[in-house]
Design a protein around this ligand. Structure first.
Ligand code: SF4
Length: 546
């Protein structure tokens, strides 16, 4: 889990100054604030705890002094409040004052004011209560309902998204092409910064947490903006509302916050996300360790139970069959034998360096591969062949594995095991030789374990991700499998045909292995059934490729 903070987020200077002023004034004399100083319950609770009272109407104020919030108030409301004998302390944000002055200038010049914002928002009411005529719009349909006027003066509530404001101003121009439309940008700079930063954040994130009050207009706008660029957007007021199941272990999580959200709430949310991350990592580590332990047991058990084929038994195979069969076995030994050029050797140290458990498994697993090479070597010698050290198909295969690299490693290794399983099953079925068939039986048992082990590793690595199973990942997996299978068929066709195998049989065999494997991924989204399997390691899971 990676956690990103938006470049600009949280409390703006206007709200911060208003809170500081309220605290300062309340320390001197009792104070009532008219309306919500900020749209944030946590901050309001802190202010109440300092003895500050809140009222919506001047008539209900019981203290001698009242404070006007950062959202500002109309002149008529200020006058009415003073006429009641109350001392007014103004905490109106300078950028809201600037919006009031811009509005007055438009009206003085004869423009009909159109304010883009929420009609009932305290800031908009503060702007409009002194006006005789005005319109407030929030979307295109409201513009369509406006009557024609010769001159429109357009401005906005300070916390509206600037893109939306510009779009609506343009819509007004298009609706009344003959009218003079003057637009004054009154959206405040902190809002613009937070909106732009939220866009950048949402583009980089798998999930975004927007922190702010449920009644906060600018927080709602941040939620809407983020939702345009990110599918999972969560609006919370505090860390307590966060839920662990909203997030995945490998998520990039963005954090942004409205202009009335205090720093300590943002920090609390960030800390809580880090706690989720630590808890999920710990669960994943435990599962991984348990899983690894299961595989250590499995490979150790295989090691102790390896019945040797009766290589001393007489060979009774016609020469026309033996020669191509021998070529095939010689080549296959090369692949299973590893050697300095093989993928196994190429990545062995990388696997081993991960954890102690994985190091043990990799050593045991690769020891099985080496044992397969030894068995194939025995078969080669039994048929009077030689131990070859190179073949074009093996060189091509190693090259592909290196080009594909470690990121593709799990899938490539898995496909190799599946295609090999197809080969050994055909060899076992048609083998004209008893010890060779017994060898195939033993190797197939091992390969089934390798495939199941690779499946666990693929699932632990989050592959295929949800949504990929039926689509692109499956196609890619099948395509690579058929490509590897075709290389194998071309280089082993003579040997397999000599013992009675056919091409269609080979392709249906590898198709069966790959589709069973893909289905098994869908059946078990995460390796959480580990304890039961550990207790019973020869479960159906280990029989996958058989
Ligand atoms: S959001 Fe903008 S206008 Fe409103 S208080 Fe903050 S800085 Fe001032």
């Amino acid at each position: 889990m990676k956690i990103l903070r938006a470049e600009y987020l949280g409390m703006c200077f206007g709200v911060r100054d208003a809170i500081e002023l309220a605290v300062h004034e309340a320390a001197a004399q009792p104070l009532t604030i008219l309306g919500d100083l900020v749209h944030n319950e946590t901050v309001l609770a802190q202010l109440r705890s300092r003895g500050i009272q809140f009222q919506n109407e001047a008539a209900a104020v019981a203290t001698r002094r009242v404070m006007i919030t950062a959202h500002g108030a109309s002149d008529c409301k200020l006058t009415d409040t003073r006429n009641r004998g109350l001392q007014v302390i103004e905490a109106t944000c300078p950028l809201v004052q600037l919006a009031h002055r811009s509005l007055k200038a438009l009206v003085d010049e004869g423009f009909h004011p159109v304010i883009i914002g929420q009609r009932e928002h305290v800031e908009v009411r503060g702007m409009t209560e002194d006006l005789e005529q005005f319109d407030v719009v929030l979307a295109e349909p409201e513009i369509a309902r406006l009557p024609e006027r010769p001159r429109f003066g357009v401005m906005a509530q300070t916390t509206q998204p600037i893109d939306k404001v510009r779009r609506l101003a343009q819509a007004l121009r298009e609706r009344f092409p003959a009218a003079e439309v003057r637009f004054v940008d009154t959206v405040c700079q902190p809002t613009k910064q937070r909106q732009n930063a939220a866009v950048e954040l949402a583009k980089q994130s798998d999930a975004v947490v927007v922190i702010g009050g449920k009644n906060s207009n600018n927080t709602h706008e941040l939620v809407k903006t983020c939702a345009q660029f990110c599918e999972r957007v969560f609006h919370v007021q505090t860390a307590a509302e966060l839920r662990r199941d909203w997030f995945r272990t490998d998520d990039v999580i963005g954090i942004t916050a409205g202009t009335s959200t205090p720093d300590q709430i943002i920090t609390g949310v960030e800390q809580r996300l880090h706690e989720f991350d630590a808890a999920q990592n710990s669960i994943a580590r435990t599962e991984e360790t348990l899983n690894y332990c299961k595989w250590i047991e499995h490979f150790k058990r295989n090691k102790q139970n390896r019945p040797e084929p009766d290589w001393a038994a007489p060979v009774n195979i016609p020469s026309g069959v033996l020669a191509p069969l021998l070529r095939s076995v010689e080549q296959f030994r090369l692949g299973d034998g590893g050697g300095p050029a093989s993928l196994i050797a190429f990545n062995r140290e990388k696997f081993r360096s991960r954890t102690e458990e994985l190091r043990q498994i990799v050593d045991l697993w690769f020891a099985e591969e080496a044992e397969h090479a030894r068995l194939l070597g025995c078969a080669v010698r039994r048929f009077g062949g030689r131990i070859i050290t190179s073949h074009w198909s093996f060189t091509a295969f190693c090259l592909c594995r290196r080009v594909l690299g470690v990121s593709f490693e799990l899938q490539v290794l898995t496909l190799t095991e599946l295609v090999s399983t197809g080969y050994y099953r055909m060899l076992r079925k048609h083998s004209p030789d008893g010890p060779l068939a017994a060898m195939c039986e033993l190797i197939l048992r091992d390969e089934a374990g390798h495939v199941a082990f690779q499946r666990d590793r693929l699932l632990s690595a989050g592959c295929p991700r949800p949504g990929m199973r039926g689509g692109w990942w499956r196609l890619q997996f099948l395509f690579c499998g058929y490509a590897a299978g075709t290389v194998l068929w071309i280089s082993h066709a003579r040997g397999l045909k000599a013992i009675g195998g056919t091409r269609s049989e080979f392709y249906s065999e590898i198709t069966r292995q790959m589709t069973r494997f893909i289905r098994s991924l869908g059946k078990q989204p995460k390796p959480t059934r580990v304890p039961a399997q550990w207790a019973q390691p020869q479960s159906a899971q280990l029989q996958l490729a058989k």
